[in-house]
Design a protein around this ligand. Structure first.
Ligand SMILES: Nc1ncnc2c1ncn2[C@@H]1O[C@H](COP(=O)(O)OP(=O)(O)O)[C@@H](O)[C@H]1O
Ligand SMILES: [Mg+2]
Length: 237
C-alpha cells in the first residue's frame, strides 16, 4: 500500500501542492486535472525524484526515503517529456533501461521480448526511436516502465499529443496491466481514464478536490458522465 501523508510542495514562492493525503492500493487510478494542477509534481514526489516541502510518502508503512533502492526496485515510471533517446533503437533503449533497473543479464532478453510484445512493437524494435510516431514513442515509454514487472506503475500523461486511435490503443494497454499493481495515470482528458480507472483523483491548483469511482462522482455532482463532473470542477479554468 502506498500512502501520501500531508504532502505539500513549494517551488520558491509557487505552491504546487497543498496538503495532499492519499492511499493507493492495487488497481488503476486516474489523476485528472488541467495543466498546472500539480500532476507531474505529485508523480515526481511519489517516485522519489523530488522531495516534498512537507509530508511523507510511505510504502507498506515505511517511509520511502528510508527504503531507498528497495523502493525504487518496485517502481516503473514513464515521465511526461520524451525525445531524449531519439538516436537509440527501441531495443537499445530498453536494454539500457533494463541495466539501470538492475535486471540480471540472464533475464534481460526475455524481459525485453515480453514488454515489446506487450506494447505490440516487436517488429519495430530495431528502428530508431526518432523515426517512431508519437503513439509508438509513448508505447516504448510504457514498455520501459513495466520492465522488471514493478509493483507500482506511474504514467505521466501517456496519451499527450496522440490522435484518438492511438489514445485508445494506449488506454487498452494500460487497462490490461496486472490487477496486482498500483497504477497511477495522469491526464487532462476524461475519456483516457473514464472506463478503466477504479478511482478518479481530481486535482485542482495543488489540492485534491475529490477521489472516488466514476459512478460515485457522477452521483455526488448530480450529472450523468465524468466529462460533466470535470466541467463542474474545472469549468472556470
Ligand atoms: N521546477 C519548477 N519551478 C517552478 N514552478 C514549477 C516547477 N515545476 C512546476 N512548477 C509549477 O507548479 C505547478 C504545477 O506544475 P505541474 O506539476 O507540472 O502540473 P501538471 O503536471 O498538472 O501540469 C504549475 O504552476 C507549474 O508552473
Ligand atoms: Mg504534467
Amino acid at each position: 500500500m502506498l500512502e501520501l501523508c500531508n504532502i505539500s510542495k513549494r517551488y520558491k514562492t509557487k505552491e504546487a501542492l497543498n496538503d495532499i493525503s492519499l492511499t493507493l492500493d492495487n488497481g488503476i487510478y486516474g489523476l485528472l486535472g488541467p495543466n498546472g494542477a500539480g500532476k507531474s509534481t505529485l508523480m515526481n514526489i511519489i517516485t522519489g525524484n523530488l522531495e516534498p516541502s512537507n509530508g511523507i510518502v510511505k510504502w507498506d508503512e515505511k517511509e520511502i526515503k528510508k527504503l531507498g533502492a528497495n523502493y525504487r526496485s518496485l517502481l516503473g515510471y514513464a515521465p511526461q517529456q520524451q525525445g531524449m533517446y531519439d538516436s537509440f533503437s527501441g531495443i537499445r533503449f530498453l536494454s539500457y533501461m533494463a541495466t539501470l533497473k538492475g535486471i540480471s543479464r540472464k533475464e534481460v532478453e526475455e524481459e525485453i521480448n515480453r514488454v515489446l510484445n506487450y506494447v505490440n512493437m516487436t517488429n519495430v524494435a530495431h528502428q530508431k526511436i526518432g523515426t517512431y510516431s508519437g503513439g509508438m514513442k509513448q508505447r516504448i515509454l510504457i514498455a520501459q516502465a513495466i520492465l522488471g514487472n514493478p509493483k507500482i506503475v506511474i504514467l505521466d500523461e501517456p496519451t499527450a499529443g496522440l490522435d484518438p486511435k492511438e489514445r485508445v490503443r494506449i488506454r487498452e494497454r494500460i487497462s490490461k496491466l496486472s490487477k496486482e499493481k498500483i497504477i497511477l495515470v495522469s491526464t487532462h482528458v476524461v475519456s483516457d481514464i473514464e472506463s478503466i480507472a477504479k478511482k478518479i483523483i481530481l486535482i485542482k491548483k495543488g489540492k485534491i478536490i475529490d477521489e472516488d469511482s466514476v459512478e460515485k462522482l457522477c452521483q455526488k455532482y448530480n450529472v450523468s458522465n465524468l466529462e460533466d463532473v470535470y466541467m463542474k470542477i474545472f469549468g472556470d479554468e
